[in-house]
Design a protein around this ligand. Structure first.
Ligand code: KG4
Ligand code: ZN
Length: 348
């Protein structure tokens, strides 16, 4: 295993069919097919459409990843696959493909947590993780603060969203502003020309009492409603909606809360390293404010490049390679696809 174990990772929990190949800490291939355009007209991911698209894309993506990496399936040391959380039918396609490869090739199989993989992907970008690392995971389905002593087997939850996920809030506000799905990248783009001080939107769960009961939890549903009400009031009055200013003001509220709580979690738990992962970590303003606040607090910040923040197969391969390197035992061949896999369970 010169350079570390060679691992192929399969991701199919939502609308991206991703197959990545990693050797140790080095990314060799990251093949992705997305069905996002097929869902756009519905304004959200349609599970059956996603499953069908995974079925069609899986073998071509496996072939492409091997070609890009210049390896043969026989060369692999292990197969890793997202076992959960995610859409049940979509997960099943990836899990079935991974099991078939494992049996046909006689290679060990690792069924891993999608959320832990969002954290582990940074290994291929910035090297091994500090232990412990504080991880903030912000995606379309999840917003969590995690204390991570060992990404291969010990992930602890400090808090999470009590209603909408951060990415969900971006997507819903984008819809209110007439921007396409998925909204996050569009809000990010139009906000560049907006004034983030135009409207002061509420910062959920940051008041004195909430900080006692929900110190590291998030809430974005009130913020989304507040933006919708503000926009409706403008429309009712027949006034134009300043889309860029509203987008920037909304984004500022989300990013302010996320970075404030992440830095506080690091301070209170004596952790000097913060890693931000998940689709929303691609957000320009989040990356900038996190950098400022971490610098001021003496915290080392790591954020994978935007292309590795959204769903992909490389993240699954990266976590699988870390597990093989650590000597973790493989999963059973009858491992389940667990749509509600808890964030604290790294491997099934
Ligand atoms: O991690 P991910 O690709 O899929 C899930 O596991 O959910 O995250 C997708 C989410 C979507 O809500 C999308 O709008 C959001 O990440 N997102 C962004 C940006 N790029 C993607 N949100 C804000 N700014 C972005 N640049
Ligand atoms: Zn994800």
């Amino acid at each position: 295993m010169t350079g570390g174990p060679l691992v192929l990772g399969i991701e199919s929990s939502c609308d991206e069919t991703g197959v990545g190949i990693v050797r140790g800490h080095t990314l060799l291939a990251d093949a992705i097919a997305s069905s996002v355009e097929e869902h756009a007209r519905f304004g959200g991911v349609v599970p059956e459409v996603a499953s069908r698209a995974h079925l069609e894309a899986m073998v071509p993506m496996i072939d492409r990843a091997c070609r890009d990496a210049g390896v043969r399936l026989d060369d692999l040391d292990a197969i890793a696959v997202t076992a959960g959380p995610g859409l049940a039918g979509a997960l099943l396609v990836g899990v079935a493909a991974a099991k078939s490869l494992s049996v046909a090739l006689g290679k060990p199989l690792y069924g891993v947590n999608h959320l832990a993989a969002h954290v582990a992907v940074d290994i291929v970008e910035h090297g091994p993780l500090a232990e412990p690392t504080m991880a903030m995971l912000v995606s379309g389905g999840h917003s969590s603060l995690l204390l991570v002593p060992d990404i291969t087997q010990d992930v602890r939850s400090l808090g999470s969203t009590i209603d909408d996920a951060a990415g969900e809030a971006f997507d819903k506000v984008a819809r209110v502003l007439g921007l396409p799905f998925p909204g996050g990248p569009h809000v990010d783009r139009v906000a560049v020309d907006g004034n983030s001080g135009h409207v002061f939107f509420p910062r959920g769960l940051t008041s004195g009492r909430d900080m006692e009961r929900h110190r590291f939890d998030f809430s974005f549903s009130g913020l989304k409603t507040s933006v919708a009400r503000w926009v409706e009031a403008r429309e009712r009055a027949g006034e134009p909606v300043p889309v860029a200013d509203v987008a920037a003001s909304f984004q500022e509220a989300v990013v302010d809360v996320l970075t404030r709580k992440a830095v506080l979690a690091c301070r209170e738990h004596g952790v000097d390293d913060l890693l931000i992962g998940g689709g929303v970590a691609a957000n320009t303003r989040l990356r900038a404010m996190a950098r400022e606040r971490c610098d001021a607090a003496g915290i080392r910040l790591r954020v994978p490049r935007p292309g590795l923040c959204t769903d992909n197969g490389a993240m699954v391969a990266a976590l699988g390679a870390a597990m093989v390197s650590r000597g973790c035992a493989p999963s059973a061949l009858d491992l389940p696809a667990d749509s509600s896999m808890p964030v604290t369970l790294v491997q099934v």
